[in-house]
Each structure stands twice: as C-alpha cells, then as structure tokens.
Design a binder for this molecule. Structure first.
Ligand code: SF4
Length: 83
C-alpha cells in the first residue's frame, strides 16, 4: 500500500506524528507533515521525508490510525497502482 499526504489539506497539527511516530513527522522547515522512511532497508541511512510513499506492511495499521485521526483528512491510503 501507499500513503499520500495531501499538502493542500495538511494544517500541521501533528496528530499523525503522535499516532504513528515511526511513520510521520512534522517538518521543522515548513511545519507540515511528511512520511519519514529509512533510505535503506536496514534503516541505517538518514530518513527521507516524502509526501507519497509505498510503506512496509507492518506500518499499514499505524497509517490507518493516523489517517482516521487527521482532522483535515489529509492522509490518504492508496493502492500500489495509484499515482
Ligand atoms: S494530522 Fe493531518 S493535518 Fe495534522 S500534521 Fe498530520 S497530516 Fe497534517
């Protein structure tokens, strides 16, 4: 599955980062949410901050909880095929 943060809807409340701290962060530089994933599978590289990403299966439940708790419905859970 993929997760997308709609940057036009995100208001930077940070509830996603509280609900799923291993998946979402609020960028210090702009105050809006990002998906934070390790750049390599071992997790040894710094995180890459993106607004759409395929996520590991074990993070799907956390992503769903964050999406349900986002007050602006900015977090979308997508299939792999969706852009
Ligand atoms: S909870 Fe929603 S509005 Fe708040 S920072 Fe996360 S994505 Fe943005």
């Amino acid at each position: 599955m993929k997760v997308r943060i709609n940057e036009r809807k995100c208001q930077g409340f940070g509830l996603c980062a509280l609900a799923a701290p291993n998946l979402f962060v609020v960028g210090e530089f702009d105050g809006y949410a990002y998906i934070a994933l390790p750049k390599d599978s071992a997790g040894t590289d710094p995180l890459s901050y993106v607004r759409v990403a395929a996520i590991p299966h074990d993070k799907l439940e956390a992503a769903k909880v964050a999406a349900e708790n986002c007050p602006t419905h900015a977090i979308e859970i997508l299939s792999e095929e969706e852009p």
